[in-house]
Design a protein around this ligand. Structure first.
Ligand SMILES: Cc1cc2nc3c(=O)[nH]c(=O)nc-3n(C[C@H](O)[C@H](O)[C@H](O)COP(=O)(O)OP(=O)(O)OC[C@H]3O[C@@H](n4cnc5c(N)ncnc54)[C@H](O)[C@@H]3O)c2cc1C
Length: 309
């Protein structure tokens, strides 16, 4: 039985989370197929067929798939599901939106946010905001999983030479339609793929003060993140939120500035390789996970850090 992966993309490029999902699939150990569902997404198909470890790229390119609505994409996946023992997607908002629907239509349970493959039917995933790790064995005939990208290295984006198959099914979405989107534009690296992240919390005081972090981010080539308190206070847009209800990140270096380290924030960043905390409260819980901590006023420490870089 082969493994089907729903590719994450925006019709222009294949998103890095797909590559981590390919690694998870190769650890399960079977033929890996990538499904690209979109509209005018030929460059994505090119990129998908070069990913190392992928033997086939299935392509559904039609206007009805332009915004990858879960209602019709899930039906398409179910339509081609026979022959697959596993169906995977990255645990991004798109994957989290579509895959549980696929599982329900197939009448199987879904496993969310898998961080480790034990065997073809046994998987590891965090529960209780990352405070316990559950090992789950599934007896379902088709195993439907979303994969946490920080749990797996990225597969090589080149070196593969997958065959292509064009799918003829055109399944329109009769229950939902796409109205519009508001995308936050940024020249910085994408948060979940960045190797360095500097995040600000409520201690930043206001949105204007986030400019302080930009200076350091520019010098380190870092992405900027935030706590939920910073997002809720309107300092920054919510797509910067790191944590249980935001993004899960595991960069080489995570710098937390004016963030107390609530359990829900730690859930999104505690697997970072090196954690640095700058906080004026020496009892802040963030210092319990920080490799390097500085008890200082951020308005002194951050400009000094920028100057010395
Ligand atoms: C269901 C649920 C889901 C949640 N999901 C998330 C999530 O995904 N992500 C998330 O982040 N939170 C999440 N939260 C919220 C979380 O519980 C905390 O409220 C939040 O993380 C606190 O953000 P903060 O650390 O920025 O603010 P605070 O806890 O207020 O901490 C601010 C810190 O800044 C320090 N500080 C203030 N001024 C300065 C200064 N001048 N210099 C240095 N330090 C200073 C203070 O000492 C303090 O430690 C969730 C909560 C719930 C209930």
């Amino acid at each position: 039985m082969s493994i089907l992966i729903l590719a994450e993309h925006d019709n222009k490029s294949l998103k890095p989370a797909t590559l981590n999902t390919v690694t998870a699939a190769t650890q399960i150990g079977a033929d890996v197929h990538l499904l690209v569902v979109g509209f005018e997404c030929q460059t994505v198909v090119e990129q998908a067929s070069q990913v190392a470890g992928v033997s086939k790229v299935l392509v559904a390119d039609n206007a009805v798939y332009e915004h990858q609505l879960a209602e019709n994409v899930s039906k398409l996946v179910v339509d081609i599901a026979s022959g697959y023992g596993h169906i995977l997607a990255p645990a991004t908002t798109t994957g989290k939106n579509t895959l549980p629907r696929v599982a329900a239509l197939l009448n199987v349970a879904q496993l969310s946010d898998v961080i480790k493959v034990e065997s073809a039917d046994t998987f590891v995933r965090p529960i209780y905001a990352g405070n316990a790790i559950a090992t789950v064995k599934t007896t379902d005939t088709v195993k439907v999983l979303t994969v946490r990208s920080t749990g797996f290295d990225a597969a090589a984006s080149t070196g593969g030479n997958a065959e292509r198959e064009v799918l003829s099914q055109v399944i329109a979405s009769d229950r939902s339609r796409f109205v519009k989107e508001q995308l936050a534009e940024s020249d910085r690296p994408e948060l979940t793929a960045a190797s360095v992240i500097i995040s600000g919390g409520r201690g930043m005081g206001n949105g204007e003060n986030f400019k302080l972090l930009e200076g350091v981010a520019d010098k380190l080539g870092a992405a900027i993140g935030a706590s939920r308190a910073a997002v809720d206070a309107g300092f920054v847009p919510n797509d910067l939120q790191v944590g249980q209800t935001g993004k899960t990140v595991a960069p080489d270096l995570y710098i937390a500035v004016g963030i107390s380290g609530a359990i829900q924030h730690l859930a999104g960043m505690k697997d970072s390789k090196v954690i640095v905390a700058i906080n004026k409260d020496e009892d802040a819980p963030i210092f319990q996970v920080a490799d390097y901590g500085l008890v200082a006023d951020l308005f002194d420490a951050v400009p000094e850090l920028e100057k010395s870089l």
